[in-house]
Design a protein around this ligand. Structure first.
Ligand SMILES: Cc1ncc(COP(=O)(O)O)c(C=O)c1O
Length: 389
């Protein structure tokens, strides 16, 4: 029997990534106190790739409540939710989330990825159909692939295509789930969520909405863009972005909550979120609705920066939110601009295939309420320098 190198597949895959200039590596940074600036290899950078949209990761009230829960309840939740990991603070937080989001119930998950990748397969079976927006987050796709339902994608934000697929599917499946987001993570555009919700109603389909990048930043009292839509069966929000901490929640009906508690492996077979995280989420949930004035300033800042970037001749794609892509197309140019930004003290992520489609490599900027006028000045000055060659 020939002796094969059992790890040859590692070299093969990694070398191919390297040849395609798509090799990914990790680099560590140290956050600076009370600032969106970070340190890397002894240098200080302005972070334009953080999802801490409102700066809550370092808000004193968030840290204080996190600390007080840690001291009162300990470092870990010590068990899964169905065993002895449901503390009173988990239950209280779920009640508060449900109330804030105008739903009967809410259920906390350990992360958005864990929720999406496990719920989709749980609410469908081999007689079901999943219709997902083409640009849906990887976690939703993993959820669809993990189950046994038929799976089709509709063209990004294309209501007519979605309706055509719904018509074609009529009567062939036990249920149809539509999956979409409110704010898309790579392009920073929004979905026509009201129209999608109406279509779901019209065809008696279920709707799963991922509100990860809207919560905190957009919507009535910052509570997202799908809160008031009755046709949404599962409304997912994450707490690792504008909430400034970690974890995720689903807002839904009482019955859907009971179903997930009984059948969703990503909820059942994992240790419950620790007290310090529950404290932080709780504090952010109280803060977010109160930040109306700050959000108005934030929205103005976002519009101003995007307009300035466009006036320098850059393509910002369909962005209408705090996620502003600078689409350069070529990977080489994208890496070049990321390098120049870094040289000038700015950390911004160069996003390349396979994360985005071929020829759409980009710098993905995310704006935070914590960016100062000076930070923005440095960003715009550097982008101007790039355009002037
Ligand atoms: C749209 C969307 N959904 C879900 C997730 C996953 O959330 P989490 O970071 O909580 O795992 C992300 C984060 O990258 C995301 O952008």
């Amino acid at each position: 029997m020939p002796v094969n190198d059992k790890n040859a597949f590692l070299d093969e895959a990694l070398n191919s990534r390297k040849e395609d200039q798509q090799f990914r590596t990790l680099s560590s940074v140290t956050p600076q106190p009370n600032s969106i600036e970070i340190e890397q290899d002894g240098n200080r950078y302005i972070n334009f790739c953080s999802n801490d949209y409102l700066g809550l990761a370092r808000h004193p009230k968030v840290i204080e409540q996190s600390r007080s829960y840690l001291e009162r309840y300990g470092a870990g939740s010590t068990a899964s939710r169905l065993i002895s990991g449901t503390f009173d603070i988990h239950t209280q937080l779920e009640k508060e989330l449900a109330k804030s989001l105008g739903r009967e119930a809410a259920l906390i998950f350990n992360s958005g990825f864990q929720a999406n990748s496990s719920i989709v397969g749980t609410v469908t079976d081999r007689h079901s159909l999943i219709l997902a927006d083409k640009l849906s987050h990887n976690s939703l796709l993993q959820g669809a692939l993990a189950g046994r339902a038929s799976f089709q994608r509709f063209n990004h934000n294309d209501i007519e295509h979605l309706e055509l697929l719904l018509q074609q599917a009529d009567g062939k499946y036990n249920r149809i789930w539509i999956l979409t987001e409110t704010v898309f993570s790579m392009d920073g555009d929004r979905s026509p969520i009201k129209e999608i919700s109406s279509l779901a109603d019209k065809y008696n389909a279920h709707l799963f909405v991922d509100d990860a990048h809207a919560v905190g930043a957009w919507g009535d009292r910052g509570l997202g863009l799908a809160k008031d839509l009755s046709g949404v069966d599962i409304l997912l929000g994450t707490c690792g972005k504008a909430f400034g901490s970690f974890g995720a929640y689903v807002a839904c009906s009482n019955k859907m909550r009971e179903y997930l508690i009984n059948f969703c492996s990503g909820f059942i077979f994992t240790t419950a979120l620790p007290p310090a995280v529950i404290g932080a989420i709780n504090a952010s949930l109280k803060l977010i609705p109160q930040l109306e004035e700050e959000r108005a300033v934030y929205h103005q800042k976002i519009q101003h920066v995007r307009k300035e970037i466009q006036s320098l001749g850059f393509d910002t794609g369909p962005s209408t939110t705090q996620i502003i892509p600078i689409i350069l197309g070529s990977e080489k140019a994208t890496i070049g601009l990321a390098d120049l930004l870094k040289e000038q003290g700015i950390l911004a992520s160069a996003i390349r295939p396979p994360t985005v489609p071929k020829n759409s490599s980009r710098i993905r900027l995310t704006l935070s309420l914590s960016h100062t006028d000076e930070h923005i000045k440095v960003l715009l000055k550097t982008l101007k320098k790039w355009q002037n060659g």
